[in-house]
Ligand binder design. Structure first.
Ligand SMILES: Nc1ncnc2c1ncn2[C@@H]1O[C@H](COP(=O)(O)OP(=O)(O)OP(=O)(O)O)[C@@H](O)[C@H]1O
Ligand SMILES: [Mg+2]
Length: 235
């Protein structure tokens, strides 16, 4: 069973009297356990692909499947629940809630995913896993950029999602922190089999990917599965 699939997907954004063809017919299948990067120039459609796979948006043409279910047939409530429970998001600008502590940010994701019992232990484990066991009571402004992105990773992973989507997760980090964050995600992929789908401009991220899908002008121009890359080789 494919984890998610885009079939002949087009995305057209209206712009006044004009329209922007962000995706012009994309077929993409992501299998469980993949560690895939979507690469391509600015404006090529990377974020659009991630938003469609993450069900943050719907296609203009074509179909999106999540765990073999057609997304088009789901109502907004069902889709919202599926997204909260099965997909973790990591954003370039972290998107933590500023008034909540690291613990509370992670716990909120669990509650939105429908977890009611055992949350404290789950949150503590997720934050310890990203090396923030001693910083759980800090708010985002009291953490460095790298630490904030670790909270975002803990928030994405705490609910044991089927898929983690990361839109340029290292873009706001220096190269040292970017490497450390990437290594952490590689370890989680290798250890727990978490499926990751990224977009990036960063050559270091691309080198670590098992599969690189290249987009140009809304079309996939290359899709390469690379020989095994070992977790921990990002240094
Ligand atoms: N909400 C929108 N309204 C109109 N046009 C949009 C919208 N979102 C994206 N676009 C256009 O769709 C195309 C693809 O955008 P997208 O954000 O997917 O590119 P990207 O590859 O992620 O770029 P970047 O590397 O700069 O993040 C671009 O031409 C962009 O201007
Ligand atoms: Mg983008």
């Amino acid at each position: 069973m494919a984890l998610c699939q885009l079939r002949n997907v087009k995305k057209i954004y209206p712009m006044g009297d004009l329209e922007v063809q962000a995706l012009r017919g994309v077929d993409l299948t992501i299998e469980k356990g993949e560690f895939t990067v979507i690469a391509g120039p600015s404006g090529s459609g990377k974020s659009t692909v991630l938003n469609l796979i993450g069900c943050l948006d719907r296609p203009s043409v074509g179909e999106v499947f999540l765990e073999d279910k057609p997304v088009a047939k789901m109502g907004d409530t069902e889709l919202g629940q599926l997204r909260a429970a099965r997909i973790g998001f990591i954003f370039q600008s972290f998107n933590l809630i500023p008034v909540l502590t690291a613990f509370e940010n992670v716990e909120l994701a669990l509650r939105l995913a429908g977890y009611t019992d055992g949350n404290k232990a789950r949150v503590e484990r997720a934050l310890a896993d990203v090396g923030l066991g001693d910083h759980m009571q800090r708010r985002p402004a009291q953490l460095s950029g790298g630490q904030q992105q670790r909270v975002a990773i803990a928030r994405a992973l705490v609910k044991a999602p089927a898929l983690v989507i990361a839109d340029e997760p290292t873009a706001n980090l220096d190269s040292h922190n970017g490497k450390a964050i990437l290594e952490l995600m590689r370890e989680m992929n290798a250890r727990d089999g978490v499926t990751f789908l990224f977009s990036t401009h960063d050559a270091m991220v691309m080198e670590q990917a098992k599969r690189v899908v290249r987009l140009v002008d809304g079309l996939i121009v290359d899709d390469t599965v690379r020989p095994a890359v070992q977790a921990g080789s990002a240094s």
